[in-house]
Design a protein around this ligand. Structure first.
Ligand code: XMP
Length: 515
């Protein structure tokens, strides 16, 4: 059962990935597919249920995205959400019209009494999130109304003879207070999900899959960055392949304090995999000497990394595969799944064309997972919390956190200041509350006074943000007392710094990094 997916047909809703996550939270394996998937292909994928997502179109527009009407005859349970409801009802004899006025926001839903499995254990009056300009006006004799709101008389329906349900509101957003109960009812009581899609099961299946993919004499090369995705990817591959996995960690000299040791500890003794640490500080600092332009820094670092990684990878006997920690949102957004929706925005900082250039095949064992699932997988595989819950860190490392030219003394200053900040954040129990927190070395000097003397020293910027997707962010409201401790310690303990400032810019208009 856990292997059979719930397919989510993507009609362009901004919430489509959220629906998938909510389904997975209920222990069912959700996969997002293109809206025009054929009934035939659908049958092959053997889903336990289909969810038709919302979307920005109107079903009566000429070019509105439609679905294969054969889907409704497969006998597979269907839940239409918002646009998906309108499409479902239109397909099965209902009429859709513009609302007298668009309904947007929290609304009270009246659940009608009667046999109503979708609303089992839901209050008779419950708050739901609406966001629609059209609605179903008439459902015809084949449907039974299940719920209504003051301005949407047909807010939920069930088909009389088919396992088809439809709702006008969005159960996936947290504003719908009993949304998970409603989705759970559909999955467990209509689709017959047994809620058994767990991380332990995922590990078992993923390990089998890797063993099937990789030949007995072949080795897999996995680049470690210090970040959570590559670490979890490596841990999973190590479980499947043992010493046929070779991890390559390029120490570019631009890492945070203690980072190299942490990676070595997690992948050294505890794993059968081979760990190759390449000490490349000199090459990176050489290519960065006197370079101040941020993009120039990034390009130089990228090229140097590829050269070094390539050399190392090509020196590994029988290396045939390159592992990449690609996640599900990247696969979906880059159009990388043949059944998935078309590409939207691609934002990948990964190794790009490297596998082909090396003559390697590409293996991506995390491509079905969301970020929070990757973390759960990491814990399941026994990785330490310090790696699993680590904030993201840019590939170009501290080089883009030193504004202006990068050299060893500046890196040393920044590393110390950054580690003081993170240490205090951990001590205050706030590290996991923030999404990304770090120090930046500014390219200016300012006047200060220490003891009886005047100082003229450098400035550290402290940045801490809250974000779900790193596309937009707000600055963290850190307690003043914590900021005061961080500031005092940095100025006292890091020679060369006499001033600390806190960055209170949101993104946009700012970015998270300073360069
Ligand atoms: P910005 O600064 O664009 O950052 O708001 C958004 C997220 O991306 C990370 N970032 C990078 N990651 N290479 C990376 O691997 C880069 O060049 C890069 N620039 C920014 C940043 O740390 C944040 O998490």
């Amino acid at each position: 059962m856990a292997d059979r997916p719930v397919l989510i047909l993507d009609f362009g809703s901004q919430y489509v990935q959220l629906i998938a996550r909510r389904v997975r939270e209920q222990g069912a394996f959700a996969k997002i597919v293109r809206h025009d998937i054929t009934a035939e292909r659908c049958r092959e994928l053997n889903p336990i249920g289909l969810i038709l997502s919302g979307g920005p179109s109107s079903v009566y527009e000429e070019n509105a995205p439609k679905c294969d009407s054969g889907l409704f005859r497969l006998g597979v349970p269907i839940l239409g959400i918002c646009y998906g409801m309108q499409l479902t009802c239109q397909n099965l004899g209902g009429a859709v019209q513009p609302c007298p006025s668009a309904e947007y926001g929290r609304t009270e839903l009246n659940v009608l009494t009667g046999e109503n499995v979708l609303f089992q254990n839901v209050d008779p009056k419950t708050i739901v999130w609406m966001s629609h300009g059209d609605q179903v006006r008439e459902v015809g004799p084949e449907f039974i109304p299940l719920a209504a709101t003051p301005s949407c008389p047909v807010a939920a329906v069930r088909h009389k003879s088919l396992p088809v349900y439809a709702i006008q509101f969005h159960p996936e957003v947290s504003h719908t207070t009993q949304g998970s109960t409603i989705l759970g009812n559909f999955l467990n009581h209509v689709c017959g999900s047994d809620g058994s899609w767990t991380m332990a099961q995922f590990v078992e299946r993923a390990v089998d899959l890797v063993r099937e993919q990789v030949g007995p004499d072949e080795k897999v090369v996995c680049g470690l960055s210090g970040g959570v995705d590559s670490a979890v990817c490596a841990a999973l591959l190590a479980r499947a392949l043992g010493d046929r996995l070779v991890c390559v960690f390029v120490d570019n000299g631009l890492l945070r304090q203690g980072e190299r040791d942490q990676v070595a500890q997690a992948f050294g003794e505890s794993s059968q995999a081979e760990l190759r640490v390449v000490d490349a500080e000199a090459e990176f600092l050489g290519t960065l000497a006197n370079i101040t332009d941020p993009q120039d820094k990034r390009i130089r670092i990228g090229h140097t990394f590829i050269d070094i990684f390539k050399n190392e990878a090509l020196s590994i006997p029988n290396a045939a595969w390159l592992a990449q920690g690609t996640l599900y949102p990247d696969v979906i957004e880059s159009g990388g799944d043949p059944d998935g929706p078309a590409a939207t925005i691609k934002h990948h900082h990964n190794v790009g064309g490297l596998p082909a250039e090396l003559g390697f095949k590409l293996i991506e064992p995390l491509r079905d997972l969301f970020k929070d699932e990757v973390r759960r997988l990491g814990l399941e595989l026994g990785l330490p919390e310090s790696i699993v819950w680590r904030h993201p860190f840019p590939g170009p490392g501290l080089a883009v956190r030193i504004l202006g030219a990068v050299d060893k003394p500046r890196l040393e200053l920044l590393r110390k200041a950054d580690s003081i900040f993170l240490e205090e954040l951990h001590a205050a129990g706030l590290y996991r509350e923030t999404s990304q927190s770090f120090a930046v070395l500014l390219p200016i000097k300012s006047v200060g006074v220490m003891g009886d003397g005047r100082t003229y020293d450098q400035v550290i910027g402290i940045r801490s943000v809250q974000t779900d997707d790193f596309m937009t962010a707000d600055f963290s409201r850190l307690p003043y007392d914590l900021l005061a401790r961080v500031s005092t310690r940095i100025v006292n303990e890091v020679k060369g710094i006499n001033r600390v400032v806190y960055d209170i810019t949101t993104k946009p208009p700012g970015t998270i990094e300073w360069e």
